[in-house]
Design a protein around this ligand. Structure first.
Ligand SMILES: [Zn+2]
Length: 300
């Protein structure tokens, strides 16, 4: 169990209880979120330490959609994945200002994103903690994927782009990985980080039932202000913040389910539309955000 008596972002001891959340996904256990009164950072208090956290991931759900079996849900899933892969590739091309280059994806899962980038001409490497996912990405797509413990073997200053799609919130030591990202990127390289937004309309609405708190797998619950603070401390500057629109429907439906709604799918879609419309006018309150980071030195 890891108890944080100081804010991991600003070191202030002025922290307070914020919310109680249940692990609806797996264990059913309750975890407390704490909030720093000085900088506003929210984090999962008394979370399992790194060696004990594996059991909170012991579900086949992460990989179940990749088996290629038929069915309508599986079809919808594969279509939306294809759309998202195209959007991610375009986002990278635009943000990096190059059509191809060297890419590292942290938390690469079973490798569908990396494979799409490889097919588009990128020189790709993955990092993935899950053994099954790692061997799947090697078998399915012949990708080079390392476990996190071997990150030191990657060559300094050689990557144009490093991506973290909903993974930073899982890292036990995000500052360690931020330092590694800094080491691995070229001077003009960019880092793309997608995160749930604890400052979103849906987070405020669902409170402790908000599915993207996902305790104890998610340890850090950033909003644009606290992520800016984190980035600055890690030696980056936030070049751009973009919403990731489809996430709100999934998160809302799951949150409705956690609240016990029998028609969670329909309610989630309706709520999702409402949150999306509102966040059209205030993008920083979208359910998920994508942050594009550059080295601090190349800021204007
Ligand atoms: Zn703080």
């Amino acid at each position: 169990m890891v108890h944080l008596s100081k804010c991991p972002l600003c070191d202030s001891g002025n922290i307070t209880n914020y919310l109680k959340c249940r692990d609806h996904f797996l264990s059913g256990e309750i975890f407390e979120l704490s909030r720093c009164r000085s900088c506003g950072f929210v984090f999962t208090q008394d979370h399992p330490d790194e060696k004990d956290s594996a059991k909170y991931y012991e579900s086949d759900e992460y990989l179940s959609h990749n088996t290629g079996s038929g069915g309508f849900v599986s079809l919808i899933y594969r279509i939306s994945r294809k759309i998202m892969l195209t959007r991610k590739r375009r986002l990278i091309v635009r943000a990096a200002g190059m059509k191809t280059g060297r890419l590292l994806d942290m938390g690469s899962g079973s490798g569908h994103f990396l494979s799409a980038m490889k097919n588009a001409g990128w020189d790709v490497t993955g990092m993935e903690i899950n053994d099954k996912a790692r061997s799947l990405s090697e078998e399915l797509f012949s990708l080079k994927v390392i476990p996190p413990g071997r990150i030191d073997t990657l060559e300094t200053g050689t990557y144009d782009c490093i991506t973290l799609w909903h993974v930073l919130e899982h890292f036990h030591d995000p500052f360690f990985y931020a330092r590694e990202i800094k080491r691995l990127l070229k001077d003009e390289g960019i880092c793309i980080v997608a995160l749930p937004n604890a400052g979103s309309y849906d987070a405020a609405h669902y409170s402790g039932s908000w599915a993207a708190y996902d305790v104890p797998r998610h340890l850090w619950h950033f909003n644009p202000e606290t992520f800016r603070l984190f980035s600055g401390k890690a030696g980056f500057h936030v070049k751009k913040i973009l919403p990731l629109p489809p996430d709100v429907f999934y998160i809302s439906a799951l949150s409705e389910k956690y609240k016990g709604s029998g028609i969670f799918f329909i309610k989630g879609i309706i709520r999702g539309i409402w949150f999306s419309v509102r966040s059209l006018f205030r993008k920083h309150r979208s359910s998920s955000l994508v942050y594009i980071l550059g080295n601090k030195t190349d800021s204007a």
